[in-house]
Design a protein around this ligand. Structure first.
Ligand code: HEM
Length: 466
């Protein structure tokens, strides 16, 4: 049969959430946007024009083709939005917050530092931190007749922050400094989220001095980091000094291809701050959700334990073992499908564009709704069910556009994805090697989508010595 002529594409009028509806939802949106956004998409379709907080127009989408178009295929037309870049005010111009040719130059410079081999060099350090964090719990459990209750999000946040801080700065940080840095980063992120979620508060936040107060916290954070960078530089002048194999050293040793020059101190601070932020909360949240799910799915835990027994016996995992334990990765992948830490990504159109007839005029803010993508009934059967076998070797199917993007897509794909996957697998295996995990709190903690998707309330698990 001869091919029929293709219909001439005509602009498609997108469904629009009426402004008054989005305005009416602005309080609910500030509290938890996910049910509001899910409601819009199930009412109007996979792509819808709406207003954030009743003010900021945006194109919200869970269409995998449009998300791929924006993040990957036509990425040059879609830099991050001012919303994403706003974080730069408090954290500086690192990889996550910079744009254009400066970003590209930095990405090229830093990318080799995240090569598999480099990550392999950090796994000993990760295992050391995991051991340090779990040993006190083992001791406490032993004193208490064999079990201890742990606040999971708190434990995972402390653990991943420690892993990240050590991966960047090795052991140069004292416990008090570690705590202060974590508190500063938490306060800065919380304030930034408020400015995005409640744009109508901007004047008040300015007038009440809150911007100024957070600028001061940001300066404090920077000075703390500056101290470590200077210490390292001074140490390097000592004869016979052997620099540690950490990410700070990687940043200090990196040289621009064209000039052979290293980064300035300010640039190193920018990148170090971004690594700390981008690298810990995401993994902490993924791990917290993982434990919530595993406490409720003992069969899946039993299956992983059987694999661990076959591959590890009772010993600690090494990097090379991970390839023999694919189910550990599947559990993590399915967790990040259900609870993607980076649950939404913003881009803005530089020039007029269109996608399959949908006009994307210059200035359009596109919200790539990854949570919606990962829960789309069009793309996943029983999307709310925890089924790690979806990520089994035999199950992976070719899709026209990716339905699973926990690390983003295109040139701005997460630079730390291998780091994160390795870290999370090691945490999973090390906790299970030492403890049985049992639920304590019943009920779901709820969703708190800030920059990353956190559990709304804390929850505990009983860790019983094995
Ligand atoms: C479960 C853990 C993680 C998740 C889900 C995650 C997710 C993401 C996503 C979705 C992006 C792209 C954002 C966008 O395009 O707008 C991103 C970027 C980034 N991530 Fe991660 N990340 C994780 C862990 C890490 C770790 C451990 C590090 C560092 C060691 C890291 C460092 C970065 C950096 C520097 C960027 C910016 C890259 C660029 O724009 O060139 N991430 N991450």
């Amino acid at each position: 049969m001869a091919d029929l002529p293709l219909p001439v594409s005509r602009p498609i009028a997108l469904p629009q959430v009426p402004r008054w509806v989005s305005f009416r939802h602005s309080v609910a949106l500030a509290a938890n946007p996910i049910p509001v956004l899910d409601g819009y998409l199930s009412t109007y379709g996979d792509t819808v024009a709406t207003y954030l907080g009743g003010i900021q127009p945006t194109l919200l989408t869970r269409d995998p083709g449009l998300i791929q178009h924006v993040l990957q295929k036509n990425h040059r037309n879609y830099p991050k939005s001012a919303l994403s870049r706003g974080l730069g005010r408090f954290l500086g111009q690192g990889l996550l917050t910079s744009e254009g040719s400066y970003w590209l130059q930095q990405r090229r410079l830093i990318q080799p530092g995240f090569h598999r081999q480099r990550i392999a060099g950090l796994t000993e350090l990760m295992l050391g931190v995991i051991d340090e964090s779990l040993a006190p719990l083992q001791a406490q459990a032993a004193r208490q007749g064999g079990a201890v209750e742990a606040d999971v999000p708190e434990l995972m946040t402390a653990l991943t922050f420690r892993i990240m801080a050590r991966s960047v700065f090795s052991t140069s940080m004292s416990e008090a400094e570690l705590q202060r840095l974590a508190a500063l980063l938490t306060a800065l992120q919380a304030f930034y989220v408020r400015t995005v979620r409640q744009p109508y508060l901007k004047l008040w936040l300015n007038a009440s001095g809150q911007y100024r107060r957070h600028d001061a916290l940001s300066a404090e954070m920077r000075e703390l980091l500056r101290g470590y960078v200077r210490q390292r530089r001074q140490a390097a002048r000592r004869p016979g000094y052997a620099p540690p194999n950490d990410l700070l050293q990687m940043l200090l040793d990196a040289r621009y291809e064209d000039t052979g020059e290293p980064m300035s101190e300010e640039q190193v601070l920018d990148e170090a701050a971004i690594l700390l932020v981008a690298g810990h909360e995401t993994s902490a949240n993924a791990l917290s959700w993982l434990w919530l799910l595993l406490a409720r799915h003992p069969q899946e835990v039993a299956r992983l334990r059987a694999d661990m027994q076959a591959v590890l016996g009772g010993r600690a995992p090494q990097l090379a073992d991970l390839a023999q334990l694919p189910y550990a990765l599947q559990l993590i992948q399915e967790t990040m499908r259900l609870y993607p830490p980076a649950w939404i990504m913003d881009r803005v159109a530089l020039a007029n564009d269109e996608y399959q007839g949908v006009p994307l005029p210059k200035g359009t803010l596109v919200s790539a709704y990854i949570y919606g993508l990962h829960h789309s009934p069009r793309l996943w059967s029983e999307p709310e069910a925890f089924r790690p076998e979806r990520f089994g070797k035999d199950q992976l199917r070719e899709q026209a556009a990716p339905a699973y993007l926990p690390f983003g897509a295109g040139p701005r794909l997460c630079i730390g994805n291998q780091f994160a996957l390795t870290e999370m697998q090691l945490v999973l295996l090390e906790v299970l090697r030492r403890f049985e995990v049992e639920p304590v709190d019943t009920g779901h903690p709820g969703l708190q989508p800030l920059i990353t998707l956190r559990p709304r309330t804390s929850f505990r698990l009983r860790l019983r010595l094995r």
